[in-house]
Design a protein around this ligand. Structure first.
Ligand SMILES: [Zn+2]
Length: 141
């Protein structure tokens, strides 16, 4: 149901254009090379690095994700369940450190998904030899 949406590509490590090719090389955020990403989509050839320094903007996405996470957990645990604030803060710190690679990847995918519209025509999801050649021609020019 959410396939072919920006949310799908953000959540499932997929290209924001075709929703098929992988965005990061590693499937897991908890491997040594968690930050290695493809420069182009392995399926449709979409450029993942539109300009130098493009992903500096993803730091704002990362900041927003942390704020949303902390606000949500604060409201749930402290306000909703009555957990002591000091216990909440002591537990929050290691959780935020553990979430760092996951939020890093989520922020990059979210940032790129803002600027690339999903291809809902279905062309990108069923690549043929002709389309691959078109991509290679565009890359060469
Ligand atoms: Zn793609």
């Amino acid at each position: 149901m959410i396939r072919n949406t920006r949310l799908y590509s953000v959540l499932f490590n997929k290209c924001p254009r075709c929703h098929t090719g992988a965005f990061f090389v590693s499937k897991s955020a908890y491997r040594k090379n968690f930050d290695e990403m493809h420069t182009h989509c392995p399926h449709c050839g979409e450029n993942y690095v539109p300009e130098p320094g493009f992903y500096w903007g993803s730091m704002y996405m990362s900041y927003g994700l942390y704020v949303l996470f902390m606000l949500g957990t604060f409201l749930l645990l402290v306000v909703g369940l009555g957990v002591d604030v000091m216990h909440y803060l002591l537990g929050l710190t290691p959780v935020l450190v553990l979430l760092l690679p996951y939020f890093f990847r989520l922020a990059r995918r979210s940032w790129l998904a803002i600027f690339i519209a999903p291809d809902r025509s279905g062309r990108g999801t069923a690549a043929t030899g002709t389309e691959v050649m078109d991509i290679e021609k565009n890359a060469a020019s």
